[in-house]
Design a protein around this ligand. Sequence first.
Ligand code: NDP
Length: 486
Amino acid sequence: MHAQPKASHFVDGRYVEDTAGQEITCIFPATGAAIATVYSATPAIIERALASAARAQREWASFAPVERGRVLRRAAGIIRERNEELSQLETLDTGKPIQETRVADATSGAEALEYFGGLAATLTGETIPLGGDFAYTLREPLGVCVGIGAWNYPTQIACWKAAPALACGNAMVFKPSETTPLCALKLAEIFVEAGAPAGLFNVVQGYGDVGAALATHPRTDKVSLTGSVPTGRKVYAAAAEGIRHVTMELGGKSPLIIFEDADIENAVSAAINANFYSTGQICSNGTRVFVHKSIEEQFIARIAERSTKAAIGDPREDTTQIGPLISRAQHEKVLDYIEIGKSEGARLVFGGGIPQGHEGKGFYVEPTLFSGVTDDMRIAREEIFGPVLSVLTFETEDEVLARANATDFGLAAGVFTKDLTRAHRMMAALEAGTCWINTYNLTPVEMPFGGVKRSGVGRENARAAIEHYSQLKSVYVAMGDVEAPF
Ligand code: NDP
């Protein structure tokens, strides 16, 4: 097995190597085997990437918007044609099951490019009548945008950032997480094949220091980060120093609330998706599952029955439903949290360990459910980013609402009920940026996605993303004489 890219970085339209940077070994999480080596970007590579982005941005901004859209849609078409190859690479890069990567990664990236490719030619300013005089606005790109990605959805994250940025006429330098360096390079190749100017979308590898160098560089006009809250705090502060625009897509500890009148089977499906899909490594996961006391037993019995049948195994196999976690560090972190849950007095209902046959081989953890979890436990307050579901029980709507909101995070929330007015009352009162009624974790490109409170700033997807990748210039037009006091 081998996934070695042609070189570490993709700058100014081609692969570029510089082995002077720190070595980064790319590990296949299912076995722990090294599958590729790349090198962290040196200051010279960072400089070249940003300079080529600045040059390409000027050229790109002079394209007719409809032509920019065509390039993005062409890139989407290439991604769709190459979905199988890209999905296999994503599976090697992340360890996520091929049955997931085939439908949720490159395809989601293609959707973003189709959507924003379609919008590109519609991005206009407005005319403002002023009674004789008038004003108009021009919607202009920001310039060079830096994208910094997390490791859970490397292709999707790169596309969710690049598609609106490029549609608005910006260029991008993207730094993937050092644990998943491979997929964004393919996207860079595809943009060139689709007709984007060399340098429009560059990829540079590296650890946090490379992200920090990009975020503070004088050429950088905007920073869009997907990552944890502590990293977000640092990157936001670094960007503020240069008064740069930011989008912060950060972590969460989201509530999934299941009322007594819910369709139990649908609620169980949603809780499974919200905790075990991608082995629990999804920022918007509903990891605090509040279940009405009267249906707790039934809910837990059913979710246990279904989850213990999940096919855990080699993510390259079509039948595998649960793969490993991303890295040794994440594996240790999740196993530690399971121990913390036990020591805090939560009841381990199923899972809790390394699945049989995977001891010492890859970074596997069983889907795990704790019941009897209370609000003060660390497993109910801290983001674990693994397949660990906490069941908390409640009795009244007011009570569950207050408890659901009692967190610094505010990324997502879900409610299961057949009572329409209650569902909408909850939607109005939940402190979260992305909410669902009677489903969970669906994030179509047409719907804005992002967090409130410490979970982030700005929105990705939908027309809302345009506001974060463009700025308005106001032009006042005088039609008469200029009056002056003397
Ligand atoms: P991290 O916050 O550790 O890293 C995110 C990215 O930032 C990585 O590329 C990292 O590089 C880089 N980075 C680290 N330090 C700095 C710095 N000082 N300046 C600039 N860049 C830096 O997150 P993870 O990769 O561990 O991803 C998991 C987190 O991401 C979770 O908290 C999850 O909730 C969140 N997430 C949020 C999503 C959302 O849309 N809201 C979606 C997906 C994940 P390196 O990896 O090399 O250290």
